[in-house]
Design a protein around this ligand. Sequence first.
Ligand SMILES: [Fe+2]
Length: 227
Amino acid sequence: MSAVSSDLLILNQWHNASIQEHIDRVINDLLVSFPCAEQLSADQRRGIIARYTTVLEGNFIYWMTGAYLSVRSEEARSIILGNLREEVRDCHPGMLRKFAMAAHAVPTDSDALGVYQNLSKVRLFIGRLSPIPILVMMTFFEGFIQRFMAYLAEVAERQGSAEQEYTEVHGVCDVAHTQELFRALEAEMMLACEPVENLFEGVDLLQTLIRNIGDASIGKIRSQAEN
Ligand SMILES: [Fe+2]
């Protein structure tokens, strides 16, 4: 390796470490923003699972495909392709639908409307196909999903559901997925010839959207407490 590329590698690893720290902080803040599962009414539990399903079911593969179309390095392409292959081969959207059905939380029109605006913003962001910000967002998404699974499983269990395949699979496989996406990010950063303007644009948009999943429940809990 030449001196120049080894300098770049060190710089990118430093970047990656600080990106990882920022992502971890955002995930921690998001997780604590969800109300305790035991405080939720049946309607609030249903809402959280239904809105989560609305956000994930039809969009995860779509956004990962956006990541695939945007990246330029062979390493990032092959990592993303592996992720997509697993999603499609094991039918993760079907697994999530089964999970929602068993918890009596199939999304309704109003669940879709509740996330529509912020979901559209993420879709438009993905459409710009900027490789590094998309990879940062998808790394954050995988990390969030993995750490959210214990809570989601508990909410479903309190709905009387015994269907846990989705939460069990994603509580495990997304650990490796997050690490692989960090590697993909490193590979893309090696190819970047100019600084990225807003590295965390997708993370910010997706974070706002994920807050919508819990928002309605938090609002209701607050108004119940005030009465
Ligand atoms: Fe998945």
